[in-house]
Design a protein around this ligand. Structure first.
Ligand code: SAH
Length: 356
């Protein structure tokens, strides 16, 4: 396994077969070996600086029916809510005062927010917070829609591909959704010039290590600026209620691999990782992640945006969330920074010399 990890470190990638071997065969010592390299790599690009993104979950209405997701349309137990533009702006104001310089607007696929409404929200944030990045995470849209949001001032877009294997995708989603369209959306976002975030759930139902290897190869090909992964966590009111959760070990190992594949990528230690283990986010950072995403949503709606059971931080004010994460990061030798935390291309890559 060490040889494969060394090769991954040297070449920023492996073949599908090699990834499968690594994912099937790694043990605790291999993890430690990988993390020493992935942590060193993150240090090289980011030092001990951790970027912060303020997450605003602005609507839990969703037209889709993904089998894993707690806010799926078919879950009639969800108490649905929508935040107004004023609500969202007041989340931003609170976040700005706390030192956040990226706002992530996430929601279900809620067509109540017409393009006109979204553009109004985006451009208002853009006008008020010129030194902040605006990230959208609102699902699949057309090229033209993505373009309009970009023109209104959005900088980044998170759209996890969920699984790169289309047959596996079809096991996680109803027929009206396809892996092909999801990937097409990601390529459109890239073409428009967004900083793009892809990613997948680890340990989702029916997932094999071959699927995970395909996820890694897809990411290698797409070259996203951001990569969000977290364990699948079951939600009691979904068709996947009875499936086991993804594991901490596999999620951390994949974070390590991703860090070596795309050394300068922005990789969050996600809330799902913090949910599966009390120190999950710290372990994520120590495996090579460099971003955290505290919640900025009003406390009154926090418990209503439940993608999975036992989600953490649903009772804390934004300031508490930020302080808690700041302390957690300090205890492991890292610090949160006040910075947009944009993706930075690698300037002095090894080809630069020859290009001159
Ligand atoms: N509607 C937006 C945002 C989705 S929620 C979109 O379509 O992109 C953000 C992410 O949460 C999803 O992409 C999915 O990977 C993750 N998620 C949803 N349900 C989950 C579950 N049960 N366990 C773990 N992660 C989940």
């Amino acid at each position: 396994m060490r040889k494969l990890i060394d090769k991954l470190y040297r070449e920023n990638g492996l073949s599908k077969e090699e990834f499968v071997t690594l994912l099937n065969g790694f043990g605790e010592e291999d993890s430690e070996y990988l993390f020493s390299k992935s942590r060193e790599t993150a240090h090289k690009y980011f030092g001990n600086r951790i970027y912060v993104r303020g997450l605003i979950e602005f609507s839990n209405y969703c037209k889709n029916n993904c089998y894993y997701c707690g806010i799926r349309n078919g879950n009639l137990k969800v108490d649905r809510y929508r935040l107004s533009k004023e609500d969202i702006l007041s989340c931003c104001a609170q976040g700005y005062a706390l030192g956040f310089r990226t706002f992530v607007l996430q929601s279900g696929e809620d067509s109540w927010y017409s393009d006109e409404k979204l553009i109004d929200i985006i451009s208002s944030i853009r006008e008020t917070y010129q030194d902040c990045a605006i990230t959208l995470s609102i699902g699949e849209k057309t090229y033209e829609q993505y373009k309009k949001y970009k023109d209104a001032g959005a900088d980044r877009y998170l759209l996890r591909h969920e699984t790169a294997n289309e047959m596996h995708y079809a096991k996680l989603h109803p027929d009206n959704l396809s892996g092909r369209n999801r990937k097409e959306c990601l390529y459109n976002l890239k073409k428009i010039g967004y900083q793009v975030g892809a990613g997948f759930m680890v340990g989702s139902p029916y997932q094999t290590t071959e699927h995970l290897a395909e996820d890694l190869l897809f990411i290698k090909e797409l070259q996203p600026e951001m990569i969000g992964i977290g364990p699948f966590l079951s939600h009691k009111d979904t068709p996947f209620a009875k499936f086991p959760n993804g594991t901490l070990e596999m999620t951390l190992f994949l974070i390590g691999i991703l860090r070596l594949m795309i050394p300068n990528a922005l990789i969050p230690a996600t809330t799902a990782l913090g949910t599966i283990h009390p120190k999950g986010r710290e372990l994520g950072i120590l495996a090579g992640a460099n971003v955290v995403m505290p919640n900025l949503s009003p406390v009154s709606v926090r418990k209503k945006y439940l993608l999975y059971d036992n989600k953490i931080c649903t009772g804390d004010e934004a300031a508490e969330c930020k302080n808690c994460l700041q302390n957690r990061m300090q205890r492991i030798g890292y610090q949160l920074v006040v910075d947009r935390g944009d993706f930075q291309p690698i300037k002095n890559n090894r080809y630069a010399f020859y290009a001159k």
